[in-house]
Design a protein around this ligand. Structure first.
Ligand code: NAG
Ligand code: NAG
Length: 526
């Protein structure tokens, strides 16, 4: 499987970050269904090859191209830099937890598992209890491989017994008389608990040590005894990009802790007060207790159970798994969790004809940087002509406010980009319309947004722009490989993709686009 074009640069990007992720194409899920049959068989082998080599690429680069300056930074975004409010208020949640209660939406994985190799190795040590001591166990899942999504298997350790967390030593002491477990010669196991296994990012993630000690006496004294499990994780990396806030932190946290129904203590490292504040409604829904700032806390916190790191899956795609997702949480469960946390009222979209005169509501996400929809006004006019009540908005720092806007919509329309992550707030059964720019972006379109939409039981419509509808036609002649062989751009690796494919704007041909909008309307009739 060649992957030469996508090997990582030897140096990280400078602060201004020229580096940006690229992505790729898989020969499935195309917009033009008519063409699918013919190409499918022939494209199969190529698809597999490209899939795997693209995967290497994604292991390194974020699927989000803009905002390169955010990479590796731990400072707050300018928008909230001066907000003095920290999220340290009591987070006791009295409201009823609905997290994980409803098992009715569990389902089989809908995404092909064909490329997944389960190579995880586990080490479990069980020490028979002496007297009434709790059994000491440690299980680490750290060798899992998902070929399609190599960053999707970050290491996670689960411990039970007597666990004493001393943040200022970045250490979890584990009373483990037998000494057995996945420990080195010093009785230590080190993990960087960021839920994206990405070598480029990991140096920026705080390293936490699990230290096996033979007895209580060898462990520090507890300053606080907790009765609930601990979850220690990092919010370093690409967080602050909404896609990554979800894929690298919140969804993994949901997978790891939702079943505890709030009875869990979160300890966050690479702590960012503004991040914790931004997501307080979600953190409160998952934990009844104040978050502990792992970077500053001076105590020794003792727990009967603990998780170091988070379970995660493929970005916005989560599937059942016997150990990583044993409760078979689905994205539909995650959607329900979000609605509960933000108090979003709508579980399902308006059914047309239900209320006389009610127009289906469409929210268009406007992009201001790259991949702009240049004739947005014409598209709005067309949508209105077809009967939609259209709102245009830009996703911003106010997550709850935007979540409310999205939840109020029956149809969400946007050009490919992180804004499409907001589909997680749509009512189940609503329609997502993705406009995919030029350049064989099938893989990205499908895996980052299309398949997740299906998994969330949204109706999904995708529109691939033609070469007439991209600003690339103003930059490159039609006989250029940009048009004749877009895969050649991918073959050059991320700089070419970032520079060419990711920076185009689109101007959709409303005549060509109209049937797709009619399809969106149709979907709402069902
Ligand atoms: C989860 O799904 C698997 C099949 O993928 C099934 O065998 C198992 O019983 C399910 N577990 C739960 C808790 O629903
Ligand atoms: C717009 O799309 C229609 C239908 O595909 C096509 O006939 C027409 O030529 C296109 N217009 C332009 C300007 O490309």
């Amino acid at each position: 499987m060649s992957s030469t074009a996508y090997t990582r640069p030897s140096k990280p990007p400078g602060p201004a970050g020229e580096r940006r992720p690229p992505r790729l194409a898989k020969e499935l899920g195309r917009i033009e269904p008519k063409k699918l049959g013919i190409g499918l068989v022939a494209g199969c082998c190529l698809a597999l090859l490209t899939y795997i080599s693209f995967a290497r690429l994604f292991a390194i680069y974020s699927p989000v191209f803009e905002n390169t300056s955010l990479v590796m930074k731990n400072g707050p975004p300018a928008s909230i830099q001066h907000n003095p409010v920290l999220a340290q208020q009591q987070t006791k949640v009295e409201s009823e937890k609905d997290v994980g209660e409803d098992e009715t939406d569990r389902k089989e994985p809908s995404f092909s598992e064909a490329t997944e190799k389960n190579e995880e190795k586990k080490e479990t040590v069980t020490k028979p209890s002496a007297g009434d001591e709790t059994e000491a166990t440690i299980t680490c899942d750290e060798n899992g491989v998902d070929e399609g999504f190599p960053y999707a298997r970050p290491p996670v350790c689960e411990l039970t017994g007597d666990i004493r967390i001393r943040p200022n030593e970045k250490t979890m002491f584990f009373v483990n008389p037998s000494g057995a477990g996945p420990f080195d010669d010093n009785g230590e196991k080190k993990i960087r608990p960021y839920a994206r296994k990405d070598d480029f990012l990991l140096p920026g993630v705080v390293e936490v040590t699990v230290k096996s000690v033979p007895s209580e006496a060898a462990a520090p004294k507890c300053t606080k005894q907790h009765a609930v499990p601990a979850v220690v994780f990092s919010v370093a990396g690409y967080t602050d990009n909404f896609f990554h806030d979800m894929t690298d932190a919140m969804i993994p946290l949901f997978l790891t802790a939702a079943h505890l129904k709030g009875e869990v203590q979160l300890l966050i490292t690479n702590y960012k007060p503004w991040w914790v504040q931004k997501y307080t409604p979600l953190l409160r829904k998952l934990s009844n207790y104040d978050v502990i700032n792992f970077d500053e806390d001076a105590g020794v916190h003792c727990f009967p159970q603990g998780y170091l790191g988070l379970y995660r899956d493929r970005d916005l795609i989560i599937s059942p798994h016997p150990t990583r997702n044993p409760r078979n949480y689905s994205m539909v469960d995650y959607n329900r969790f979000l609605r509960g946390a933000f108090g979003l009222p709508r579980d399902s979209p308006a059914v047309l004809g239900e209320k006389t005169g009610g127009k289906p509501k469409m929210l268009m996400i406007e992009r201001k940087g790259t991949r702009k929809l240049l004739n947005l006004r014409d598209v709005v006019a067309l949508c209105e002509e077809l009967g939609f009540a259209v709102t245009v908005a830009e996703a911003g720092a106010d997550v709850r406010g935007f979540a409310e806007k999205v939840n109020a919509a029956d149809v969400l329309l946007a050009v490919h980009g992180a804004g499409l992550t907001n589909q997680i707030f749509l009512p189940t059964g609503a329609v997502l319309v993705q406009i995919v720019p030029w350049g064989k972006m099938d893989w990205m379109a499908t895996n980052f947004y299309g398949q997740p939409a299906r998994d969330m039981r949204l109706r999904y419509v995708e529109y691939y722009v033609s070469e007439e509808e991209t600003t690339l036609k103003d930059k490159y002649p039609r006989d250029h490989y940009v048009f004749k062989d877009p895969m050649a751009i991918h073959a050059q690796g991320w700089p070419a993709l970032a520079e060419i494919v990711m920076k185009q704007d689109v101007m959709v041909n409303v005549t060509r686009f109209k049937p797709f909008l009619l399809k969106a309307l149709d979907e709402l009739q069902e």
